[in-house]
Write a protein that binds this ligand. Structure first.
Ligand code: BF8
Length: 644
């Protein structure tokens, strides 16, 4: 396939074509042909910009540049011929550790601000101050309230919700040294003891993030281990005080996911309908857009505009949210967002926040697509801004959908091309849905794990990254693991990759080892379970904690591994670290910017196991990575004296 190589000539960007085999860009059907279409249309994509950035800064890749004050920027010579300290005196160890935990702070901030937004809407619902939202899952409300010790007997759901909203608001705002109520409510006792001993029990999400920013300011914390431990504390705070709050409250308000059939890939867009894509992360907006777009009023307006109705599809984690609860098909994962616009068949891409490419309006300018931003904290130059607020949710959602419908007349058929590729899937495996599929208790799963029918569980999460072949590591690792009777559960862009490659179909059981295959066939489930969006990684944590407690062991003892094969975001660093804090062996398929400090690298990939029971393992080759994860699972089984 042709890929644009950027060169500068006469002050103009000129595109030179060069041949790159499609398999070196993406393994996902439809992607290569749309990149070629984008090139023909003169559109630049993330892959082109990645090429234009080569070679990427070596100091940055190693994590040894510091811009934290205006003595710098400073960088350390990794070969020892140049400076070994920044101007202030910081060594590579200090700089790498500081930079890494600032990534955790960024990720934890993103997750927790999402959680805070959902908590705000939940508080409005509890106090009857908003009409567009309600308590949908009372059973879940009661289950969550009980975790916090809130009385639930003979009480109205609204009263229980008021108490829950207060506790959660207090978790965000409290200033004392006591642990987060949510950590107390959800974390296994064995883990709490480890975290208290290590001094990493989180107090409050804002506090831990602020403390990272303080400790990484010039002249504060220079000790790499001490810095990294604060990173662990902020990541645990994210796991409970950010992400988990988002998941639990979204379930209460929008419904706890149950298995649902759908399809995935760009082929879910239709040639004869108005096509709307919801992209971002927070279902507070996308739930309302789905309601508006699927309403009779919207369908009628679309017909009046000459279309055969409205098709709504998802992108990234918002895509996962509306897939799990409404069966809305995802059109793609992170690297595919520009390609969806390049189909020329999308009337509007409605975005909230996180993982949005600021280049989207430039791509849209070549077609008729409107990029509609909705959040005051996430505006993009060139996009149309239609501000969303929970108080006016229904009105704004319908106004946005009408804007998309009105845009149908501007579609240019000659510029339109939708790849045919799409794949069936089953999503929506919340922990509650898994327990229900097992007959109401985890006991059957424990028995299958013990006797080796299922050898272990792998949680695979995270992004796409243009540094590696799109979706190749996700799919290769997943296939290797299920072939070896390891049940795969996952979230985020992995979940969409797995869907597009047929791994979320019950029929994928035929790719699994004998034990896992038989279990999947008897339950009618796929060997890979879609557990949701990135904040829903906490569903995996809750599953691990529940299994450990039922077996009366600590979480690091379990035959469980984690993997982020194509990670790129700061959120993924925070997620990986809170899995590490739970004693999980965490594989990273792209190299984190830490190699400039052998000390930090050793702490993360070796020493930390002594403190927390888990460690990071970095391996870009997906087959080798899967082999190591299988070995780790077998070793854990051996220690438990289970057959391996
Ligand atoms: O939160 S997996 S690219 S979309 S960061 Fe982003 Fe990564 Fe996708 Fe969801 Ni998660």
């Amino acid at each position: 396939m042709a890929v644009i190589k950027e060169s500068k000539k006469n002050s103009k960007i000129e595109y030179l074509l060069r041949k790159v085999p499609a398999k070196d860009v993406s393994i996902t059907p439809g992607v290569a042909e749309l990149i070629e279409k984008a090139e023909r249309d003169g559109v630049e994509t993330v892959w082109h910009r990645f090429l234009a950035q080569q070679p990427q800064c070596g100091f940055g890749l190693l994590g040894i540049c510091c811009r934290n004050c205006n003595l710098g920027p400073c960088r350390i010579d990794p070969f020892g011929y140049g400076p070994t300290r920044g101007v202030c005196g910081a060594t590579a160890d200090t700089i790498v550790a500081r930079n890494l935990i600032r990534m955790i702070a960024g990720g934890a901030a993103a997750h927790s601000d999402h959680g805070r937004e959902v908590a705000h809407v939940f508080h409005l619902v509890a106090h009857g101050k908003v009409k567009g939202y309600k308590i949908t899952d009372t059973e879940k409300l009661i289950a969550v309230a009980k975790r916090y010790g809130i009385p639930t007997e003979n009480r109205k759901p609204k009263d229980i919700a008021k108490d829950l909203a207060e506790i959660i608001f207090n978790d965000f705002g409290k200033q004392d040294e006591e642990p987060l109520a949510t950590t107390e409510a959800y974390a296994p006792e064995s883990r709490k003891r480890v975290w208290i001993k290590l001094g990493v029990m989180p107090r409050n999400i804002d506090r831990e993030i602020v403390e990272i920013m303080h400790r990484t300011h010039i002249g504060v914390d220079a000790d790499p281990l001490n810095l990294l431990l604060q990173g662990v504390r902020a990541a645990i705070a994210d796991g409970f005080g950010g992400s988990l709050i988002a998941t639990e409250l979204q379930d209460i308000m929008f419904g706890t996911p149950k298995p649902v059939k759908s399809e995935a890939n760009l082929g879910v867009l239709k040639e004869d309908t108005v096509n709307i894509i919801v992209h971002g992360h927070v279902p507070v907006l996308s739930e309302k857009i789905v309601e508006a777009a699927t309403s009779k009023e919207a369908q009628k307006l679309a017909e009046e505009a000459g279309a055969k109705g409205v098709t709504i599809a998802g992108m990234c984690c918002t895509g996962n949210e509306v897939l799990m609860r409404r069966g809305i098909p995802p059109a793609g994962n992170f690297l595919m967002q520009e390609l969806a616009v390049a189909t020329g068949a999308v009337e509007a891409m409605i975005v909230d926040y996180q993982c949005l490419m600021p280049s989207l309006p430039d791509v849209a300018a070549c077609y008729h697509t409107k990029i509609i931003t909705t959040m005051p904290i996430a505006k993009i130059p060139g996009a149309v801004h239609m501000e969303f607020s929970p108080e006016k949710a229904d009105e704004v959602a319908m106004e946005i959908v009408k804007t998309a419908i009105e845009n149908f007349k501007n579609r240019v058929p000659a510029k339109m091309y939708i790849p045919k590729d799409k794949m069936d899937l089953v999503a929506g495996f919340s922990l509650e849905a898994i327990v229900s599929a097992l007959g109401g208790t985890l006991k059957p799963l424990l028995k299958l794990l013990r006797d080796g029918t299922i050898k272990g569980i792998a949680g695979i999460v995270g992004c796409n990254n243009a540094k590696v072949i799109h979706n190749n590591s996700h799919v290769t690792i997943t296939k290797e693991l299920i072939k070896n009777d390891i049940l795969v559960v996952g979230t985020g862009c992995w979940a969409i990759a797995a869907a597009m490659h047929g791994l979320l179909k019950p029929e994928a059981a035929e790719l699994a080892g004998d034990g896992l295959r038989k279990v999947c066939e008897s339950l009618g489930i796929p060997p890979c379970l879609h557990m949701g969006s990135c904040v829903d990684c906490t569903r995996i944590l809750n599953a691990i904690s529940a299994i450990a407690e039922a077996l009366n062991v600590d979480t690091p003892d379990l035959p469980v591994v984690g993997s982020a094969p194509e990670w790129m975001s700061e959120k993924a660093v925070s997620i990986g670290t809170y899995f590490l804090a739970h004693g999980v062996f965490v594989h990273l398929g792209t190299i984190p910017p830490v190699l400039g400090s052998p000390t930090v690298t050793k702490i993360l990939t070796d020493d930390v196991e002594r403190y927390l029971g888990g460690k990071f393992y970095v391996e870009p080759d997906p087959v080798k990575a899967a082999r190591t994860m299988i070995d780790v699972i077998e070793e854990k089984r051996r220690k438990l004296r289970w057959p391996y």
